[in-house]
Ligand binder design. Structure first.
Ligand code: FES
Ligand SMILES: [Fe+2]
Length: 398
């Protein structure tokens, strides 16, 4: 029995191969530490450049208590401006998205340009320096069109990921994709229950009847592993990378963690769709359906599933101790035309129904984890990725 209930005691007494103690899901102190040690340190997917094609375009990216304006400047650069007025702290931008030449604070009308520079401040003393009062900024890195931001003073390096996965980005044409839909699914549960759920496919067969008709990952390891070995051996177009197929707990000190893996789909399946048939034009340099899907992740909260003809991005963000959101992004080739090259409803179908399944099981999970009778349970070998996440998480927390 673990009697040391301090954060370090809980971390020290974590029993490898088991789920976490209840306190990790219920303690505000732990949640606050997670925001500081994880969300204010790691790179997070903020969105995609196709959301802000023109100078002056912007959208808000928000989680927990943070609000960040992602904007395209007149110089065609992407900036991440912290949405906290340098006067007395009001949110400056209240619209979720739009196009503007400047952001004017609704409180006392200080005004900032698209670069975050303070350009107007009414009735201030002569010694007030506008140049010292621009909006604070987050670091921005573009990977293809994916916009990542880091709120850390010294951001982790993304170089390893960009080098190791360059062939993957090239193969799937990351630079030429467009975002065709983003949906936000609010989930009444601690964010880790959502991430842990995403990490494992032990639940796929019982909980995702539609997904399990498409993805071999839902099969038990005894069936899955020989199928995967054969797939990797025979399908020579599969890209080999140096990236770990497991998890970002293996990243070098100072590097952002990332992961890449390729897995077979069930026999005859071409894409992640209602019936396994194609739903959009082939991506990038892919020239035929390879009966597989690639999985790739950056940092602890951003995951991608790449089919040969479209990509689905997933991002899990905390909104409070007991609530989080799952954002799902659907991407197709940049020149694909809606209604002609793809039917939007068909493109969205599989992951819309799958995330709704997930939302339900995560909330049911939360209800049980809240009980007086919850205790850490033994993980299955099909939860190895979740174990890697837990290893990484405990290290990040300490
Ligand atoms: S708080 Fe923004 S102008 Fe005063
Ligand atoms: Fe799931």
């Amino acid at each position: 029995m673990n009697t040391d209930k301090s954060i370090s005691g809980l971390i020290k007494n974590y029993k490898y191969g088991y789920s976490l103690e209840q306190a990790f899901y219920k303690s505000q102190e732990i949640y606050d530490r997670e925001i500081e040690n994880i969300f204010l340190k790691n790179w997070i997917l903020a969105g995609h450049t196709s959301q802000i094609p023109n100078p002056g375009d912007y959208f808000l990216f928000e989680f927990d208590k943070e609000s960040i304006i992602i904007t395209r400047t007149k110089k065609d650069e992407v900036k991440a401006l912290i949405n906290v007025c340098r006067h007395r702290g009001s949110h400056v931008c209240l619209n979720k998205e739009g196009n503007t030449t400047a952001f004017t604070c609704p409180y006392h009308a200080w005004s900032y340009d698209l670069e975050g520079t303070l350009i107007a401040a009414r009735i201030m003393s002569n010694d007030f320096e506008k140049s010292e009062n621009g909006l604070h900024q987050a670091h921005v890195e573009l990977v293809g069109g994916q916009i990542y931001i880091s709120l850390a003073e010294e951001p982790l390096s993304l170089k390893g990921m960009q080098e190791d996965l360059a062939d993957v980005f090239d193969q799937y044409g990351f630079d030429h994709m467009k975002l065709v839909e983003q949906r936000t699914y609010p989930i009444e549960a601690n964010w880790k229950l959502a991430v842990e759920n995403y990490q494992e496919c032990y639940h796929c067969a019982p909980s995702h009847l539609d997904y399990a008709k498409i993805h071999a990952l839902a099969l038990a390891p005894k069936k899955f592993q020989p199928m995967k070995d054969k797939f990797l051996k025979e399908n020579t177009s599969n890209i080999r990378t140096k990236a770990s197929p497991y998890y970002f707990d293996l990243a070098k000190e100072g590097d952002e963690g990332y992961q890449y893996d390729r897995n077979p789909l069930l026999k005859g399946i071409k894409s992640g769709s209602r019936d396994g048939k194609p739903v959009a034009p082939l991506l990038g340099k892919v020239n035929e359906y390879g009966n597989g899907a690639s999985e790739f992740s950056v940092g602890p909260t951003t995951y991608y599933l790449i089919y040969d003809d479209h990509m689905v991005g997933f991002r899990f963000l905390p909104t409070s101790l007991n609530t989080c959101i799952a954002d799902v992004f659907w991407f197709v080739r940049g020149d694909a035309i809606k209604g002609k090259d793809y039917d939007l409803e068909e493109l969205l179908w599989l992951w819309h129904v799958t995330i709704l399944d997930d939302e339900k099981i995560i909330i049911d999970n939360k209800k049980g984890v809240d009980s007086h009778f919850y205790a850490p349970g033994k993980l299955s070998e099909m939860e190895m990725m979740e174990q890697h996440f837990l290893n990484w998480y405990l290290k990040a927390l300490s």
